[in-house]
Design a protein around this ligand. Structure first.
Ligand SMILES: [Zn+2]
Length: 469
């Protein structure tokens, strides 16, 4: 039960790690919430935004006619819940040991992921466990007087465990970005960049500032249409000053209100950075609505697109999509830059695990889609011998002994696994409707269109009959 929890340890601000914390505290948790100072500064606006989005989403869904006579949607938590849980935040420095009780303690290591991101070393008596959190790239981790090797058990993320990225120089990445900006502006369209408010917006802005300051990028209007992105950018500057300050440039505009955002509908020849990164909500959807049918515009994805999201559908080359009830033909160019990832790739993850050796018990793989986890497991096996590599299912329980492989003590929850695998068929429906509309439009006359619909109708009837046989 939440009220029985003694300590909550948060590795970093990303919502897939922090997003349900207010719910935990709303359900009775009273434990201190340990995180680094940058994480504490970022989660507050992030969780408030999440609560507001949920409230808005619930109101919209409950208003829809097809929700009548069904239970009302309610948000997981409110803004008040967010404010309440922030009282439990305990800012914790990297490398400092925190004693949680008799022979139980932890400390944060720099995970090289986003600002403030940490791995967590947990000591239970003489058993040492290391939880990677999300891992990034960069220099080896050090803390004076401490060893990051010789663990009993290591829990390692595997998000990009199935791919190896070409190491790209920062200057090359910026040149590629410049090419995308210039190509869309030369064509007279806009460049839309769907981006996470945390980390990705800051990285893209830093690159743009660098391009402006070395006179590679001509004066162009850059709209940052994500108030959350602006807040996080200000918070990040406190901790990571790269000397590239987007607030010091007159042609980088931070868009505040929805009314200001709407004014961008008719803008051409600009760069627009907006959330959400996977186009599942937020202001980017309105910009897509006004740009996707324009062959002069382009959409540049700079982040991972989860399968089934509108971002993934666009990235896969869909020619029709439906946004806010409007069917749109995709005429804009769709591009991707993979070089912005703040996650280590397969080789980076392997190097991180090898640097922890010897590991006398087990390595658990988490935080990856099934395929990625399986491929990473196979690749890692070739590099570490004598250590069990385990892929736990959600909800499974394990005993973690000293210097011995972990053993399963309770199975996972099948219902939870099914939820994880759930596919959002609504996006498939939208793609199907778009394709159908296009197929009908391509037929020579109304008679042919009626005939096609009649055949489709027949096949639906046959399907229903065969299901009831
Ligand atoms: Zn993360």
């Amino acid at each position: 039960m939440p009220r029985d929890i003694d300590a909550v340890i948060l590795t970093h601000a990303h919502l897939d790690h922090s997003g349900r914390i207010p719910l935990l505290y709303a359900q009775g948790c009273k434990a201190p919430l340990f995180c680094t100072a940058p994480t504490a500064d970022i989660i507050f606006p992030l969780l408030l935004d999440s609560a507001e989005l949920q409230a808005h989403d619930a109101t919209r869904r409950n208003r829809r006619l097809d929700r009548r006579f069904r239970p009302e949607f309610s948000p997981l938590y409110t803004s008040d819940d967010v404010k309440q849980c922030m009282h439990f935040v305990t800012r914790t420095n990297f490398c400092s040991k925190v004693e949680l009780g008799e022979q139980i303690g932890f400390r944060f290591w720099d995970a090289r992921h986003i600002v403030g991101a940490a791995s967590v070393e947990i000591c239970l008596g003489d058993i040492r466990i290391l939880f990677s959190g999300d891992l990034g790239n960069g220099k080896a981790i050090t803390c004076a007087g401490a060893e990051l090797t010789g663990y009993d058990h290591v829990i390692c993320e595997s998000t990009y465990g199935d791919r190896v990225r070409e190491p790209e120089l920062l200057a090359y990445r910026r040149d590629v970005l410049l090419e995308h900006i210039n190509s869309s502006l030369d064509a007279g369209g806009n460049l839309l960049i769907p981006a996470f408010a945390v980390e990705r917006t800051q990285s893209v802005l830093e690159d743009m500032v660098a391009l402006i300051e070395c006179n590679k990028l001509a004066p162009v209007n850059i709209f940052v249409d994500t108030p959350l992105g602006e807040t996080v950018t200000r918070a990040t500057l406190k901790y990571r000053d790269s000397g590239l300050n987007p607030f010091a440039h007159a042609n980088i505009h931070f868009v505040e209100s929805v009314a200001q955002s709407r004014q961008l509908e008719h803008v051409r020849g600009a760069v627009i950075i907006a959330g959400s990164s996977m186009c599942t909500g937020g202001r980017i959807r309105s910009h897509l609505e006004h740009n996707l049918e324009d062959p002069a515009s382009r959409v540049l994805f700079v982040g991972y697109q989860v399968s089934g999201t509108l971002g993934a559908i666009l990235k896969s080359g869909a020619r029709h999509v439906r946004i806010s009830g409007t069917d749109l033909k995709v005429r804009a160019q769709i591009h991707t830059m993979d070089s912005y990832s703040c996650h280590a790739d397969r080789d980076g993850l392997i190097a991180w695990v090898k640097a922890r050796l010897p590991i006398s018990g087990s390595v658990f793989l988490t935080h990856g889609e099934k395929e990625s986890m399986m491929q990473f497991s196979a690749a890692l096996e070739a590099h570490i011998t004598g250590t069990a590599i385990l892929e736990p299912t959600l909800g499974s329980c394990w005993k973690l002994p000293k210097a011995n492989a972990a053993s399963l003590t309770g199975s996972g929850r099948a219902d939870a696994e099914a939820l994880v695998a759930q596919h959002d068929w609504q996006n498939d429906l939208a793609a199907f409707q778009g394709a159908l509309r296009s197929a009908l439009a391509s037929l020579p006359d109304d008679h042919s269109r009626s005939a096609m619909m009649s055949r489709l109708q027949d096949s639906l009837v046959h399907k229903r009959i065969s299901e009831t046989d």
